[in-house]
Design a protein around this ligand. Structure first.
Ligand code: SAM
Length: 236
């Protein structure tokens, strides 16, 4: 099976277990301890999550469906899906991220949210190790850690887990975003601890088609510092 590649996979895991966890836990949280850039990313990411939840609602909701959230982060998508009645299997390469997702779910229920029939399961696991079959597989903003030549394998693996639907988001490789990324690389900061890969939408769509999936919905979320192309694909 294709991997992001030994050292790079380790670097991503180590980043999201340590400094990356601190940074992204804040971004995906609600506290005021964020700078302007982080706040912008928080708002952009929230839009992506809202779009996914809206699509799923429009397509009949998720009650009783099985969902795999691969690279779940702090549970921004997994937790609302579980509360809406899906059976959620969520995992992340970082134990800090998966642990925080569990903590947030427990805190949400402790704060008064009605617990779902089936509690979400949060595990520490890299995406390549995810197994089983699910009605829907979601993978939001993880592909940025996958080099172009590994993207197809990653999409195929996720597709092999999905009976019906695969929802995936990625930073699109357009001229404008490639230039922005280059500018960002010229001014590296502490947040740029892992390499970032943009992907051409045509390439992602071709990988989905090869895996037997047809894109049925697409959205773009762009704020000042957050760019994410979101695709929903159905098994044909
Ligand atoms: N999907 C979540 C969301 O949208 O809220 C988190 C997105 S965050 C930008 C990227 C996440 O991908 C991190 O939590 C990171 O640990 C995880 N990740 C990166 N590479 C991974 C891999 N190979 N397998 C599993 N998780 C991975």
């Amino acid at each position: 099976m294709l991997q992001t590649g030994g050292d790079e996979l380790e670097a991503v895991k180590s980043y999201f277990d340590t400094t990356g966890f601190e940074r992204w836990n804040k971004i995906y949280g609600e506290t005021d301890e964020v700078n302007k850039v982080q706040l912008d990313i928080r708002q952009g990411h929230a839009q992506t999550v809202d779009k996914v939840l809206r699509w799923l609602d429009e397509e009949g909701g998720v009650v009783g469906t099985t969902i795999c959230d691969a690279g779940c982060g702090t549970g921004s998508l997994s937790i609302p899906l579980a509360l809406k009645g899906a059976t959620v299997s969520a995992s992340d390469i970082s134990s800090s991220m998966a642990g925080e997702a569990q903590r947030r779910y427990d805190a949400t229920v402790a704060a008064g949210a009605t617990p779902p029939k089936v509690a979400p399961k949060f595990e520490t696991m890299d995406l390549e190790s995810c197994s089983g079959r699910y009605h829907t597989v979601c993978c939001l903003d993880v592909m940025i850690h996958y080099p172009t030549d590994k993207m197809e394998g990653m999409v195929q693996h996720l597709a092999s887990l999905a009976d019906e639907r695969l929802i995936i988001s990625f930073a699109p490789n357009t001229l404008a975003y490639a230039i922005l990324k280059r500018i960002g690389e010229l001014f590296p900061g502490p947040s740029k601890a892992t390499r970032a890969y943009l992907h051409k939408e045509d390439d992602v769509e071709a990988a989905l088609a090869k895996a037997g999936f047809k894109v049925t919905k697409r959205e773009m979320t762009a704020t000042s510092f957050y760019f994410s192309r979101l695709l929903s694909a159905q098994r044909v």
